[in-house]
Design a protein around this ligand. Sequence first.
Ligand code: AMP
Length: 573
Amino acid sequence: MSQTNFSDLNLCKELLKGVVDLGFEEPSPIQALAIPLVLEGRDLVGQAQTGTGKTAAFGLPALQKINARSKKTQALVLCPTRELAVQVAGEVSALAAHLRGIAVLPVYGGQALDRQIRALQRGVQFVVGTPGRVLDHLERGTLNLEHLELLVLDEADEMLDMGFREDIESVLTEAPENCQKICFSATMPKDILSLIQSHMREPEFVRIQRKEITVAEIEQVYYEVRPYRKAESLCLVLDVQDFNKGIVFCSTKLGADELASQLMARGYQADVLHGNLSQGQRDRVMGRFRGDSLDLLVATDVAARGLDIDDVDIVVNFDVPFDVESYVHRIGRTGRAGRSGKAITFVTARESYKVREISRYTKAEIRRGQLPSKREVSDLKTTRLLGEVLASVEAMREARQDFKKADRYTLLLESLVDDESSEMDVAAALLKMLIERDQIWPSAAELEAEKREQEEQMRRYESRSDKGARPGGHRDERAAREGRGPVKTRGRRPNMARLFFNLGSKGRVTPSDFVGAITGETGLPGRVVGDIEIHDRFSFVEVPEEHAETIMKAMSKTQIRGLRVAVDIAKPV
Ligand code: AMP
């Protein structure tokens, strides 16, 4: 686990502000290793996967190297898919929020060329693109690499798997001889090594060293969750657990703040602990957690370091940690002093490889859990409530026997009973009030939405198993993933309406946020969503004309990433 601070990395204050805005507390291990080397001008090969913080590992030093006074393209990142290109460009723009005069542009197949050309003509210093489309621009002369200072191959193994080798070679040849080169790849097969050998100058290799570690007898479970449903899924999971004290780990201060507020709003006794709190605030929160007034502490790794509490019976990795060491450190907070402990980890589909990695290194089984349904949770809560009522009835009966007289509650009840309302009526009304107050029963609409989602998941699962193997080097599939081929999952389709959203990468929204919000709020399947285009402060999302009205109505009542949504039909381009 790294103990470096961002301020030790020689980054300029504007970039440090960007990092703070994103809520990053300390560099991830790959960032701590890579940033100084890239700033020094070294060619670098990093073995790192999604979820390790690799984007900022190359994004931050690349931004620092850009001369904002020149409008020439100085940094180029090649990514395998349009989704990744959009995501990387979004994160880089967010990191660059306090730097003046730096333009970042994603270019990928499937998006209208003339729009990209117009943007490139205005001058873009930082381009993120899929290899095919980048090459296309180079051939048309709409992108010029003469002044390129830094070239990054992101997810290089994926790009080679998808058959982009020739395109990458051509781009590498176009880059100036002395241009610095960085290659990130999850695996290092021979063809990557040969690419590195022929195009990079004495590169530094960085990877996170793994120690052999084992974890004590802690029950470990993971859940695959949708990114936009994480808070809701957490509540479902917590509601069926029996625990007294739990710590929920988030990777950023912002995320921790947001989650703690959501938990509090839903009635959990939760509070937050992160690096922005003063010592006084921190002591107060810890005092409450040690006492009985807090069940859940939502914390970042930095804040939780050195905490001395040994009666935590559940640890939740709301965000999966960057590395195995952090995982072990986090979950080691439960199951102490001979108590039993449970560790719960949330991963999105893209992060599920991390669980396998953790399990391999810790030599422990991490069982896959099935999220409880709303119905299951409500049944359990109803049973608990009835149990509490019965225990209370029992206690009152005993008290009455002891004192041989009616208690104040029975007298009150008698005052409510008359010819029209029996004791049964009053008791039923009281139960109804309790169930409604504690929101124990989901609404019919919520149950219906859950059912639709399960059906949709099943359909998606079935269609995935029909297709069989993962997309590989097949040209059509490769083209489709890049977004420029005949088989498009997302891409321009006929009879689609283009919606304008007031949210963009500055608000950290991602394509899956839009798909999630639309499917979640309307019950429509994810496949109805077409092309998604995310700009700094707004986005365009294509949806079928027939559903546009419904979607707009639902979206205008919802929030994405905690931000209010304004949506309209986009003006034709
Ligand atoms: P990546 O591996 O670049 O896809 O990053 C995975 C996620 O971690 C992204 O959501 C980043 O915004 C986030 N992230 C990157 N660096 C940090 C950091 N130092 N602290 C917290 N979150 C980070």
